[in-house]
Structures are given as C-alpha cells and as structure tokens.
Design a protein around this ligand. Structure first.
Ligand SMILES: Cc1ncc(COP(=O)(O)O)c(C=O)c1O
Length: 442
C-alpha cells in the first residue's frame, strides 16, 4: 500500500552544515529522522492527485471488518480476473520455458517489436480484413505500459481529451508527463485537460459540438468503467471529428472480445481511422493475463505528424529504446491463445464472465435500478440518481458485505454510480445476487 505523504505541518527542517535533515513527525510513529537528498521532486508528480480510490476502498473494508469481524466479504470491486488460465496456454508457456534450458531451445533477446508469428497472429485474429499489417503491430507487456510509452512518444506539449468517467491511467500519465495543469478542488478536474462527459444523458458518447479541439483524444470502448461499447455511428463521428481537427485518437480496445452485439471491436472498422488513430489492447482480460503481462499497440503507417514524419517511426524508436520486447515465454502463451483451440478455451472463460455480468444486471434491475454495461463488457454500471457514489458504496457494504467501486473514483462524471465487476467466481456472484435481493437499498 502507498504510504500517505506527511503533512507539511509535520515537517520541521533543520539545516546542519550542508546536509538537510528532516524531522518527520507522524501522528502514530512519533519522531523519525530522515536524510534527504538535494534532488527536487518532479513537479508533475507533485501535481498528481494521490490515488486514493483503491487504498480508500481497502481502508473502508478494514473498518467494516472491525465492526463485523464475521462478515464474509464478497469483492466485486477491482477489475481483476479470477478464473484459471486454460491449460492449453500454460502448457505452451511451460514447454517454451523448459526449452530455454536446452542448447537447442535457448534464445536471448527477441525482436523489440515482438515475435513475428505473434504479430501476424494478432493482425489476423483481431484485424482481419481491416488492413492492419503485421509490421504495424507492436507486442508489449500490457496496455497500461503502452499508455506510458505513448505518452513518452507524445511529450508534454500536446493537448489531451479524456472521457469522463475514465480509466485513470490516461489522466494520470498525462499529468506525469506534464500535459495537465493543477488539479482544481472545486471542479475535481485537472486544468488544461478536456473532459468529455459520457453518461446516460448522451448515450455515453461526448457531445462533440461542444468539445474543444485537442491533439490527442483518449477513447476507451468497451469502456471501463461504464461498460458502454460505442456504436459504429458514434465511432464514425469520433473519427470524423479527429480528422477534421487533425487530432490523434488513442483507442483502448482492451475489452473488445466482450462485445456481444455488432458494435465495432476495433477503431480500424471505421473508414479514415488509419490516418488518425492508434489502438492499444491487451491479453489481460482476453486470457486472464493480468499477472502474466502481454498486450499490443497498433500504429498504422498512414498516421503522420504535422511535419509529415510517420508516427510509427517514432514509436518503433521508443519501443527499441525504452522497452526491449515482451518476455519470450509470455509471447509463447499469447500465440497459444490465438491458436484455434486456445482461442476457443479463452472465449469460454469470457462467456463465463459475461454470464456473471447478466446475473448482476438482472439482480440490480430487479431492485428497480437503472443499470448500464454488462452486455458488451464485464462491468456493470449502476445508477443511483440523487445519491453520492461513496454513500452507495457504504450502504451496499453495510447491508450486504459486498465491495464495489464508487463511480466518482473514475472522475466527476461517475458521481451517482457504482461499478460492479463480473470478474468473479460464479458462487460469489450468485451469493452477491441473493444478498442484494434480500435487502432494501436507499
Ligand atoms: C481500459 C483498460 N485499459 C488498459 C488496462 C490495463 O491493461 P494491462 O493489464 O494490459 O496493462 C485496463 C486494466 O484494467 C483497462 O481497464
């Protein structure tokens, strides 16, 4: 857990010759002396709002357990997978790993951009007939890591738009790289960032007629946290908007395999997108690779900067300089996922989670609540009009011992909602459903 930064009033600095000592007084620990360097903290990290969401949820869970020590808590908060990885995939990784102990099977560094066969398999599996070339696919150690590498590519002077509510990595990396201004306590937003509100009032798609032009637009579909998959019409509007403004869309399709209707699974299904969009994606939620770590980014060779330099050249440079390639063992696992039998096996797990999602949607709907998501994404977004997210989090925890996530933790646009994950074991989902239907929520 991240330790809370000491409060300024608890710091007494004493200059002794050239060495600065800080006497740090914390309420519980008394006095402790720390020896500081002369290095000034990165101002952007200084600006970053302390990420209190999951630590705060943990703290409230602990408090709840203190009150109800026998409570059998069901955790439907953090969006982490719970089902084992199919054996066909782990066997392939194990076999590859064993081969590394043999003269014949040993290999050192791989291509920084990824194993050729895997790049080809990704292009064929996810972008068939969409014109994505193998060489445009960069294999990575996960989408979150690629978001940071893309920020390194873009630098501090670009302007940025994010959906509100949003997956926090876009916003936080924007602050870290220096694209954002200060956090404003009155609006709960960072300065210099365009927040694109996405809620039921606009069918979870921003009103582009009132959205300011930015260089970069982060867009996630199916969306974490709302679970909304943007329609073809919505994505066509987005691509037209980006092309008109000369912007680049960074499209996150980490949950594309959860789409059950005809919503696009990739931004490249939209004509014109190759000239304005980068796509990031991940094996985390496809194959339970959250702890194994594998993802990819597509940078089309038709995407150019204002000065006619292809963006793909710079991304290649970033990957070679700052990454050095995904683990060979993990890439063997990725290839196994994309074999016909491997894909069948991982999709069976995806279907299992989506059955969980249906149970959750039906449960909350039966309580008379309006529920979004859960159809094209493993997240259920429950609306409590007129209530605060944290109040509903507490109410649900108190009455059912179920952990959820307050929607306001994903941005001011999430106020009044809670997110419930379908990445749970069936027996826990059924038990959660039984508990929820047996109580009266506010
Ligand atoms: C929308 C979205 N993008 C990216 C990620 C991170 O993916 P990875 O595990 O590949 O880093 C997550 C993880 O929850 C996510 O929800």
């Amino acid at each position: 857990m991240i330790r809370q930064a000491p409060k300024a009033e608890n710091l007494i600095s004493i200059q002794i010759s050239k060495v600065l000592f800080l006497i740090l007084k914390t309420p519980n620990e008394g006095l402790a002396t720390v020896r500081c360097t002369k290095v000034v903290r990165n101002v952007n990290l200084e600006k970053l709002r302390h990420n209190y969401l999951f630590p705060e949820i943990e703290a409230r869970e602990l408090e709840h357990l203190n009150k109800y020590p026998d409570a059998n808590i069901i955790r439907l908060g953090i969006g982490d997978t719970t089902e084992p990885i199919p054996d066909i995939i782990t066997s392939n990784m194990a076999e590859y790993a064993r081969g590394l102990s043999t003269r014949k099977g040993y290999k050192g560094y791989g291509a920084e951009q990824g194993n050729k066969d895997l790049r080809k398999a990704i292009a064929e599996s996810f972008y068939k007939d969409l014109g994505v070339k193998d060489a445009e696919v960069f294999v990575s150690d996960g989408a979150q890591c690629d978001i940071s590498r893309l920020q390194l590519l873009l630098g501090s002077s670009v302007s940025v738009a994010v959906q509100d509510p949003n997956f926090p990595a876009y916003m936080d990396t924007s602050v870290i790289i220096g694209q954002a201004g200060d956090f404003l306590d009155d609006t709960l937003k960072y300065k210099n960032i365009e927040y694109m509100t996405c809620g039921p009032q606009n069918n979870f798609f921003p009103d582009l007629s009132t959205t300011s032009r930015t260089d970069i637009i982060f867009f996630c579909s199916p969306n974490n946290p709302t679970g909304h998959a943007a329609s073809r019409e919505q994505l066509t509007q987005l691509v037209d908007f980006a092309r008109k403004n000369g912007s680049i869309i960074v499209y996150d399709s980490a949950y594309s395999v959860y789409i059950t209707d005809d919503s696009p699974r990739s931004i490249y299904e939209i004509p014109g997108s190759r000239e304005c969009a980068i796509e990031i994606s991940s094996f985390s939620k496809i194959a339970g690779f959250t702890g194994v770590r594998l993802g990819w980014t597509v940078v089309p060779d038709e995407l150019y900067y204002a000065n006619k330099v292809p963006v793909i050249n710079d991304f290649d440079r970033i990957v070679c300089t700052c990454f050095n390639g995904a683990s060979r063992i993990v890439q063997a696992g990725g290839l196994a996922c994309l074999s016909p039998d491997g894909f069948k096996a991982v999709m069976a797990v995806v279907d299992y989670y989506m059955e969980n999602a249906k149970i959750l949607v039906d449960t909350f709907t039966s309580l008379g609540l309006v529920v979004y998501g859960g159809v094209n994404a493993p997240y259920v977004w429950v609306h409590f009009p007129g209530s605060r997210s944290w109040d509903m989090f507490s109410e649900i925890l108190k009455k059912t011992h179920i952990i959820t996530v307050p929607g306001s933790g994903f941005g001011p646009g999430g106020e009044g909602f809670i997110r419930v994950t379908a990445f749970g074991r069936r027996e826990h989902i059924l038990e959660a459903s039984a508990r929820l239907t047996s109580v009266h929520l506010l």
